[in-house]
Design a protein around this ligand. Sequence first.
Ligand code: KIV
Ligand code: ZN
Length: 386
Amino acid sequence: MSNQVKIFDTTLRDGEQALAASLSMKEKLQIAFALERLGVDIIEAGFPVSSPGDFQSVRSIAREIKNATVCGLSRALEKDIDACGEAMSVAEQFRIHTFIATSDIHVASKLRKSQDEVVEMAVKAIKHAGRYTDDIEFSCEDAGRTPIDYLCRMVESAINAGATTVNIPDTVGYTTPTEFGGIIQSLFNRVPNIDKAIISVHCHNDLGLAVANSLVAVEYGARQIECTINGIGERAGNCSLEEIAMILQTRQAMLGLNTNIRSQEISRTSKLVSQLCNMPVQANKAIVGANAFSHSSGIHQDGVLKAQNTYEIMTPESVGINKNNLNLTSRSGRHVIKHRLEELGYKTQDYDLDTLYASFVKLADKKGQVFDYDLEALLFFDKQKP
Ligand code: KIV
Ligand code: ZN
């Protein structure tokens, strides 16, 4: 089995469908170019049948993007697949992604069909997509809540019908890592033709487990992860691209898995998506939050000044951030004050560290965070003292 994990980005489809206001075509193109630079393997550009605007956006992304496969979503219906095929016919390489729900609750209440009818619809849709491309992805919507026997039957039928990627979504973010890993393991143990397709996962974050579930899935053999920048997506969102990519990179020696992601592009891509989508990133968000490479306690600051890896398991540079940030607060020690003044161009003979530190702590107690200009003011003030 290959150790290469494909990164399928669905920021422009699952992510965009969760926004209060849609992105313009120009904004979608801007994001698509950023994703291409980031090194994602597949860009899910939209759902062409859903609106003329989405159709045009998918078409222009398909025309412009050269270094990633462009993908369009369709229900398991001929008219959706035709819209996808038409929108993407201008692309050098494209994928049609068709899906149908497989859980009892969706099959009975939403589709109002029998399990046999749903298998038939899936097979028909996959064969129809084959008229446009041989790169066909099929998703078993709500796979996380689908009885395993039926899921195995559906995956086997989809592969026999021509699906080259079969996606196992945890559509409502319901499963736990042990459970989701067990589903992927059962598929590999029980579906006879499983090696003819790539198994993909698409995890939602309703219980905050999307990244953990995606990780366990690749440990059990899945080789495509569907994710979004900053984890944006329906409800609590999707697996966050930057988190899963940095897990695979930071723990490569343990996991033995690779991706094509150029991690230095992560920070700027995250900022672009956050701005264009009007979705702020929480300060303590892993990898891309404002505090992800900030150190506040004196012990931690002293540690990273002595050796960066005491409290940093990856470097800020590896995700495209210039340097870490040492917040000056009442918890900061003398070492970090001296270091910051050195960065600002002061020499130790320019000030008395003990006197300055005493003033600093008093100010920090009142003010919370002390900025560089505060520090310089203290220096000046201390010099003026008789
Ligand atoms: O969450 C989901 O099941 C989906 C499918 C369309 C793949 O977004
Ligand atoms: Zn989804």
